[in-house]
Design a binder for this molecule. Structure first.
Ligand SMILES: *Cc1c(COP(=O)(O)O)cnc(C)c1O
Length: 382
């Protein structure tokens, strides 16, 4: 498809070309100086002690669960209205993801009340996901976690730069995971980061990222070591220098680009307030969102499939965040009779549409999307 207005777009220019070219010229392609610089810059941006760049956010989530010692027999509370990786990462450890409903049709993130109701003696952790870049109610969630001695993981794939009272997403948990996939706010193609303030988790993550080896190829190249031991079961979850160089360059643009995303969000909010047949979540959220997504909820009298098709005919790409995980064939088979219904998640899963949102969008683009919505809605009545 040649979209007139795509769902997302990448903000690359000569700076990224130069950064990648410099890495290629250096001929050091695996984890090295660029990766260290990217990790240090990211840690300082988020305001956290340790940051480890990895191949993607899915493996970051696996490392977070594994480093916390989660395994067979354990339960981890997760949202269902998220990308499937949030739950898969729990399965990789042998533990069971237990799906929890969202707060409301205004706050599409995991509900603190529903979290508390889902806790059993087997519960070890809660994974939250800051939907669209809007921070979950971390005060309530961390209070529950404290009371029940549960670990907290943030799936912060949507939320690099999200903040509340000067504290960034990624600092509200034991470990937080970011994604640099091609449609996220900070793009390296494939790529991710896991951050933590806990030294004990950092020691485990450092080992597990690279085969459980006590020294890295980079250390040996620098003459700091000549051999290694393997002291834990590890993985190859490393990133490469090309992606780290891209990430460092993109990190420099992130504050400005997030600001632009918030501006575009405000244009959408103002222009869509006059459209009756939809609602807009997160209108009154405190703090600063990374504004990764702009979700709308269509009224039940609108046929979503017809609406999306009408938008497509006008050259405008939309998406759905998300088809609920507990309704996927694999998870229905896994959960069997224990597959509880999650009414709010299921309702939002049927009515949500995500509109185009990216920093290089113009005011004219937004106007075109809004006009297309008005036309599409009137021809998508059930
Ligand atoms: C993109 C995304 C992931 C997975 O990220 P990858 O880097 O593609 O592995 C996980 N969780 C959420 C909420 C995401 O949006």
């Amino acid at each position: 498809m040649n979209w007139r207005i795509p769902l997302s777009d990448v903000d690359f220019d000569d700076a990224e070309l130069q950064a990648v070219t410099d890495v290629l010229k250096s001929k050091w392609l695996t984890m090295g100086a660029e990766t260290q610089r990217f990790e240090q810059a990211f840690a300082s941006f988020i305001g956290v002690k340790h940051a480890f760049a990895v191949s993607n956010a899915t493996v970051a989530l696996h490392l977070a669960n594994a480093a916390l010692g989660i395994g067979a027999g354990d339960e981890v509370l997760v949202p269902s209205l998220t990308f499937v990786a949030t739950a898969n990462a729990v399965k990789y450890t042998g533990a069971t993801p237990v799906f929890v409903d969202i707060t409301s049709k205004d706050d599409l993130s995991i509900s603190p009340t529903a979290i508390e109701a889902a806790i059993t003696p087997a519960t070890k952790a809660i994974t939250v996901m800051h939907y669209g870049g809007y921070l979950c109610d971390m005060e309530a969630i961390n209070a529950i976690a404290g009371k029940h001695h549960l670990a907290v993981i943030e799936d912060a794939a949507h939320a690099p730069g999200t903040e509340l009272n000067g504290k960034k997403a990624g600092t509200f948990s034991d470990a937080a995971c970011f994604s640099f996939f091609s449609n996220k706010n900070l793009v390296t193609g494939e790529g991710g980061m896991i951050v933590t303030d806990r030294d004990d988790l950092a020691d485990k993550i450092r080992l597990m990222r690279s085969h459980g080896m006590t020294t890295l190829t980079w250390d040996r190249h620098k003459g700091h070591a000549h051999s290694y031991d393997v002291v834990a079961l590890g993985y190859n979850y490393r990133i490469d220098e090309i992606r780290s160089a891209l990430g460092l360059t993109q990190l420099g643009k992130l504050p400005k680009n997030n600001e632009r995303r918030r501006e575009i969000t405000n244009w959408y909010r103002a222009q869509l307030s006059e459209v009756d047949e939809l609602t807009i979540p997160y209108l009154q959220r405190p703090g600063l969102s990374a504004a990764h997504l702009f979700p709308i909820l269509l009224d039940s009298k609108i046929d979503r499939t017809a609406f999306i098709d009408q938008m497509k005919q006008r050259g405008i790409q939309t998406s759905i965040h998300y088809p609920p995980i507990h309704q996927f064939t694999y998870y229905r088979q896994q959960n069997g009779k224990n597959n509880k219904s999650l009414p709010l998640t299921e309702s939002v899963g049927q009515r949500e549409v995500t509109l185009p949102l990216y920093p290089t969008m113009s005011a004219e683009d937004v106007k075109q999307v809004v006009n297309a919505i008005k036309d599409s809605i009137s021809s998508a009545h059930k």
